[in-house]
Design a protein around this ligand. Structure first.
Ligand code: IMP
Length: 429
C-alpha cells in the first residue's frame, strides 16, 4: 500500500498533469480532491490531445479508477461536457469514473455572484476564474444554501432547489438592481439541473468509503492536486487565493483518506514563477524578462486564456510551501523555457520594512512590501530539450537546479525539459 500526492508549490499551472500522468501507471486509483473547473490541463495520451478540468488524468489508463472526491465543487454542466467529449473520443469513462455524493454543486447563481463580487472589488479584485468556485464554497461553509450531489436524488430535491434558487435570486437582485435575476428561479432551469444530476447518477457513490476500503486493502492511490499551495485558502496569499486547501494539507480533508497513508509527496515547481489573477508577486518581472518567459513558456491560462504574470524563481515561497505540504522530493518543470537567458535570478530572501527574512509572511501587506534579495546565476544558451540525464544538462543549468534544491532543502527527483512524456530527466522519483 502506498499513497502519493502531487502538489503544486507555486500559484498553480506548474504542469502537474505531466507528473500525474507519469505516476498514474504505478497506481490503481487517481483522485481529485479539491477545487473545481477553475483548474485545467492538457494531456497527450496515445498521440491524442485531451483537455481536462475536473476528470482526473487517470482516466486514460484502462486499469486505473478515477475518483472525484468529496472536497471538489462540481459544475454539472461543465463536468457532463467533459464526460461526453471523453466518451466520444473513446475513453472508458463509463466504467472508470466515480463521483462523490458529498461533493457540492455549482449553480448559475454562484457564477453570477463570482462576477458581481469581482466587479465590486474593482482594482482590488482577486481576479477569479469566474467559475463560481468561491461562492459555492461559501455556501458549503454557510451550510443552509448548499446543495450536495447526493441531495439531488432525494424526494424533496425539487422543492429544496426551488427555495434555494429564490433566496439567491432575491439576494442578487438586492445587490445588483441593474440586472434581472428572475431566470434563476425558472422551472426549466431547475429541471435542467435535476436532469444533469440524473445523467451523473451512474457515477455517484460514497467515495470516502470507497477510498478507505481501497487503502485498507493495500491499493496504490495517487492524489492529484489542483492549483498551487500559494493559493491555499488557509496558508496561501490570502485573500488572493482560491477557496480550497490547495497545498498538501488539503489531501486528507478533501478525500477522506487520513494523512498516515500518504507515503510520498511530490512538490511541483516551475523553474521560474508565474501567477494568474490579482495579488502580490514579489519576483514578478513586468518587463522584457517577464515577456520573454511568457513567450517561451506559452504562459497563457488554460481555463481563462489570460496572460500569466511571470517572474524569477522565488525560493523563499517554494521553501515555505515544500515544508507546508510535507514534500519528499521536487519535480522542476519547464527548465527548457530558461534556455537563452544570459543571467538568471533566484530570490533567496525577502527584505520587509528593512528586516531580512527567509520566512514567507502571513499578511498580504507584508508580502506587498517585500524587496526580493536575489542571487544571480549565469544562464545557458544550449537547447536542453534533448537531455535525458542530469549530466546531459549544461553545467550552468545543473548549478541552477542544485541551488534551488539546496535552498528549498529537498532533493530534485525529476526535471522536465519539454511537454512530451519522454522529455523528462527522471533522477529518483
Ligand atoms: P477562483 O479559484 O476561480 O476563485 O480564483 C481565485 C484565484 O485563484 C485567482 O487568482 C485565479 O486566477 C487563481 N486560480 C484558480 N484556479 C487556478 C489554476 O488552476 N491555476 C492558476 N491559478 C488559478
Amino acid at each position: 500500500m502506498s499513497a502519493t500526492s502531487v502538489i503544486g508549490l507555486q500559484w498553480g499551472d506548474e504542469a502537474k498533469g505531466k507528473v500525474v500522468d507519469i505516476f498514474t501507471s504505478k497506481n490503481d486509483i487517481v483522485v481529485r480532491y479539491q477545487g473545481g473547473a477553475n483548474a485545467g490541463h492538457t494531456i497527450v495520451a496515445d498521440g491524442k490531445k485531451y483537455k481536462l478540468s475536473l476528470v482526473p488524468s487517470g482516466i486514460f489508463r484502462h486499469n486505473v479508477q478515477s475518483v472525484i472526491a468529496s472536497g471538489v465543487v462540481i459544475d454539472p454542466e461543465s463536468l457532463l461536457g467533459e464526460i461526453n467529449t471523453l466518451r466520444n473520443q473513446g475513453v472508458a469513462i463509463d466504467t472508470n469514473l466515480l463521483i462523490s455524493d458529498r461533493s457540492h454543486l455549482i449553480f448559475p447563481w454562484h457564477k453570477e455572484k463570482d462576477r458581481l463580487l469581482n466587479a465590486l472589488a474593482g482594482q482590488e479584485s482577486i481576479g477569479t476564474t469566474m467559475r463560481g468556485i468561491g461562492p459555492c464554497y461559501s455556501d458549503k461553509y454557510g451550510r443552509s444554501l448548499a446543495v450536495r450531489l447526493g441531495d439531488m436524488f432525494r424526494p424533496n430535491a425539487k422543492e429544496r432547489l426551488r427555495e434555494i434558487a429564490k433566496a439567491n435570486a432575491d439576494y442578487l437582485a438586492k445587490a445588483d438592481s441593474d440586472k434581472s435575476y428572475e431566470e434563476l428561479t425558472s422551472e426549466s432551469l431547475l429541471a435542467t439541473y435535476l436532469d444533469y444530476a440524473e445523467q451523473l447518477k451512474p457515477f455517484v457513490t460514497d467515495t470516502t468509503a470507497y477510498l478507505l476500503d481501497a487503502v485498507e486493502a493495500g491499493k496504490n492511490l495517487l492524489f492529484e492536486g489542483a492549483q498551487g499551495a500559494l493559493l491555499d485558502i488557509d496558508h496561501g496569499t490570502f485573500p488572493y487565493v482560491t477557496s480550497s486547501n490547495s497545498s498538501g494539507v488539503g489531501v486528507s480533508s478533501g478525500s477522506g483518506v487520513p494523512a498516515c497513508y500518504i507515503t510520498k509527496v511530490v512538490g511541483i515547481l516551475k523553474a521560474y514563477t508565474t501567477r494568474v489573477g490579482g495579488g502580490p508577486f514579489p519576483t514578478e518581472q513586468d518587463n522584457e524578462t517577464g515577456q520573454k518567459i511568457r513567450d517561451r513558456g506559452n504562459e497563457y491560462g488554460t481555463v481563462t486564456k489570460r496572460p500569466r504574470r511571470c517572474g524569477w524563481f522565488d525560493a523563499v515561497a517554494a521553501r515555505y510551501t515544500a515544508r507546508l505540504s510535507g514534500v519528499s522530493s521536487l519535480a522542476v518543470m519547464l527548465l527548457d523555457v530558461l534556455s537563452t537567458f544570459d543571467e538568471l535570478k533566484i530570490c533567496t530572501a525577502y527584505e520587509i520594512n528593512g528586516q531580512r527574512t527567509a520566512n514567507f509572511p502571513s499578511h498580504v501587506d507584508d508580502l506587498r512590501a517585500v524587496k526580493p534579495i536575489y542571487e544571480t546565476h549565469p544562464g545557458w544558451q544550449d537547447d536542453v530539450t534533448g537531455a535525458r540525464n542530469f549530466g546531459d544538462l549544461p553545467r550552468n543549468a545543473q548549478n541552477y537546479l542544485n541551488r534551488i534544491s539546496e535552498i528549498v532543502s529537498r532533493s530534485i527527483g525529476l526535471v522536465s525539459v519539454g511537454p512530451d512524456r519522454e522529455q523528462t530527466i527522471n533522477i529518483n522519483l
